[in-house]
Design a protein around this ligand. Structure first.
Ligand code: ATP
Length: 515
């Protein structure tokens, strides 16, 4: 646990030191759970967004994008259910005065039991060596099965109580499990209450005429209210999708995991409109497709798992999360929800407008069902960044800090370094930058010894360093050094573009989804 916490602290300080993420309004002591993306962070974030957009929109003939406004007519949120049901169960500790999400306290308790299962697995792995079969072990070991049953019982009771709004039972569960305040150990809890997560604001100049609005808590509704506009003007035929990326706002009760849970964050969502009755097969299709997208980035198959929901949201008939192994354990990175026709029906009812599709093949109109994939861009950023940050022991007994970002996402693809700041080397290096910058984001760095510059670029995640030395002046060759292998090669300046392209090209990364 301590090791995990250390790693997480390193992630946060590295993100600041290397210009990825700053606390919002830091000079005023910051604003809780609000962050700014800095000069490198903004590039990494944009590259993740582009990678998603390319795969989701541009590679699918039947998926188009929109960019809806953050402010929407307030009735939207009555129709969607957010005014009445977008609540989290909160609980206060009477001694520490700290506030928690009651469901998260219970889930964290289960995560601890899961940690015990992991320990059993590690022990058995050691004992059995190569003969160890993890799946068989998980399915047969008595102790593991006991732990698993305990988790299932707790989560299924939590799911039922939340669904029935039986908050007294959620409190009873916390007390029965003897869950203590993680910060102080106190078990002196208040009752569980519901808390609405939407931020309110006002539209209009004078107080008496002002209209109460909400900052959108999800981007999805901007898609639903535009369903017919896009379908008609884009002449879209079912099945088809509408995608969007943009800010969403939630007044989160507990927000202390850096950019994992923020009050202002960005979502990348796609709503896929389908024929009623086909939702099971599309649910399966999008589960597989989205996992392939994640795996194409090469961040380790073992770092992902599906978590099917016990507790379904009011609009869903099936739901799963793609969880990622963050420095603080497996947590939700993306949600895939079978939303039925709930949203379109609700908007039909509240607006009085028909939101139906005429199916020429069936010669009938119907309200489409919807399959949603929804991923937090900031959570994806944290997954990529925390997974990439490693400290490596080198042969000469020194260590180096490397940010092994997938090259396709790295803010800078290459840094060009003149060996010394004289003899015309900076001029040649600048010329290389001028040429490469048409295709890639490239940096120029001439300060400090070249070894320190390599380290700086390693820590910044730059896949290639290109060094210009005196031989360059003679034969137009440079040294190109690879971030991960540290291998250096002598190549012609003319070859640089192709070498870099091979490694950073979106095409070759996304192609892995086809494999
Ligand atoms: P959680 O259970 O962690 O609160 P959620 O199930 O409410 O998340 P969804 O409403 O399904 O989340 O939103 C889709 C995605 O948006 C999530 O998978 C997550 O990546 C992202 N997301 C949701 N809330 C936040 C937040 N406060 N900060 C950052 N990202 C978020």
């Amino acid at each position: 646990m301590a090791k995990q916490e250390d790693q997480f602290k390193k992630v946060i300080s590295h993100a600041k030191e290397y210009g990825y993420i700053f606390q919002s309004s830091e000079i005023y002591d910051g604003l809780s759970a609000v962050y700014d993306y800095a000069q490198n962070g903004v590039e990494l974030k944009k590259n993740i967004r582009d990678y998603w957009w390319k795969a989701m929109v541009q590679m699918h003939e039947n998926i188009v994008g929109i960019d809806a406004a953050i402010l929407m007519h307030p009735t939207t949120w009555k129709a969607s259910g957010h005014v009445d049901a977008f609540n989290d169960p909160l609980i206060d500790n009477k001694d520490s005065k700290k506030r928690y999400r009651a469901d998260v306290l219970v889930e964290d308790y289960c995560a601890k039991i899961e940690g015990k299962i992991d320990k059993e697995v590690a022990k058995a792995e050691k004992r059995f060596g190569d003969a160890f079969n993890k799946e068989e072990f998980l399915a047969t070991n008595g102790r593991v099965l006991g732990y698993q049953e305990k988790i299932n019982t707790i989560l299924s009771r939590l799911g039922k109580s939340l669904e029935n709004e039986d908050l007294a039972d959620v409190k009873a569960l916390i007390e029965e499990l003897e869950i203590a305040d993680p910060l102080t150990g106190s078990k002196n809890w208040t009752d569980v209450k519901q808390f609405n997560l939407m931020f309110g604001t006002k539209l209009g100049a004078s107080a008496e005429n002002a209209m109460d609005l909400y900052l959108r808590p999800e981007t999805a509704q901007g898609i639903f209210v535009n369903f017919l506009n896009v379908q008609k003007t884009g002449r879209m035929k079912i099945p088809f999708g509408i995608a969007q990326t943009g800010k969403a706002f939630r007044n989160e009760i507990v927000a202390r995991q850096f950019i994992f849970r923020m009050r202002e964050f960005e979502q990348m969502e796609m709503q896929f409109f389908i024929k009623p009755g086909t939702q099971k097969e599309w649910f399966k299709y999008w589960k597989e497709t989205r996992l392939k997208w994640h795996l194409s980035l090469g961040m380790g198959e073992d770092n992902y798992r599906f978590h099917d929901h016990e507790k379904l949201a009011h609009y869903a008939d099936a739901a799963t999360d793609i969880e990622f192994k963050f420095p603080f354990g497996f947590k939700e990175l993306e949600g895939i929800h079978s939303r039925t026709n709930f949203d379109l029906k609700q908007h039909e009812e509240f607006s009085g407008k028909k939101l139906q599709y005429f199916d020429h093949e069936e010669n009938a109109s119907y309200t489409p069902y919807v399959l949603e994939t929804s991923i937090g861009l900031d959570r994806m950023f944290l997954a990529v960044f925390s997974n990439a940050l490693v400290e490596e022991e080198l042969e000469n007994n020194t260590t180096r800090t490397v940010l092994k970002l997938p090259a396709v996402l790295a803010p800078f693809k290459a840094a060009v370094l003149p060996l010394v700041k004289k003899d015309g080397l900076p001029e040649v290096a600048r010329k290389i930058v001028e040429d490469l910058k048409w295709d890639f984001n490239v940096a120029y760095d001439e300060k400090d010894a070249v070894g320190r510059r390599y380290r700086r670029q390693d820590a910044n995640g730059t896949p290639f360093c290109i060094t210009v030395d005196h031989d360059t002046l003679e034969d137009n060759t440079v040294t190109i050094r690879h971030r991960d292998t540290m291998e250096q090669k002598r190549v012609k300046i003319d070859e640089l573009r192709d070498i870099i392209k091979q490694e950073v090209d979106v095409r070759s990364w996304l192609m892995k989804m086809e494999a």
